[in-house]
Design a protein around this ligand. Structure first.
Ligand code: FES
Length: 139
């Protein structure tokens, strides 16, 4: 089987799909090569991510990784969300085929882009905290 049960589950039944109208941070990231786009919405209350939603226009792995990424950061602190790596998303999904690893990078970067937007909205320069947002290249 190319995809794990968890990937198939998060693809066919993605968690936290949608938009947050009054989001505190919104991040959108796209991969120019495959053309997939992810948009992440965060609600943040005193350093805690109280709600998160996403919209992904992309492949099945992009949907599954964004779904898993939202599950991994929901209810967590901003610090924890900043530590979320694409490897952690892949592990939580019990692995991804090598050609699909870039999809998990998109999920990681979408979270970071939303956190950058949150800091920008607070009048804080996000780069020292979040770093530069890297648009992942397809491998
Ligand atoms: Fe590009 Fe999955 S094929 S995000």
């Amino acid at each position: 089987m190319l995809y794990s049960e968890k990937v198939l589950d998060h693809f066919s039944n993605p968690r936290n799909v949608g938009e947050i109208e009054d989001a505190d941070g919104v991040g959108e990231i796209g991969n120019a090569k495959c053309g997939d786009i992810m948009k992440m919405y965060l609600k943040i209350d005193e350093n805690t991510i109280t709600d998160v939603k996403f919209k992904t226009f992309g492949c099945g792995a992009a949907v599954a990784t964004s779904s898993m990424a939202t599950e991994l950061i929901k209810g967590k602190s901003i610090d924890d969300a900043l530590k979320l790596t694409n490897q952690a998303v892949v592990e939580a999904l019990d692995g991804l085929p090598a050609v699909k690893i870039h999809c998990s990078v998109l999920a990681e970067q979408a979270v970071r882009a939303a956190l950058s937007d949150y800091y920008t909205k607070q009048g804080i320069d996000p780069v020292p905290i979040v770093g530069e947002i890297k648009v992942p290249e397809e491998e």
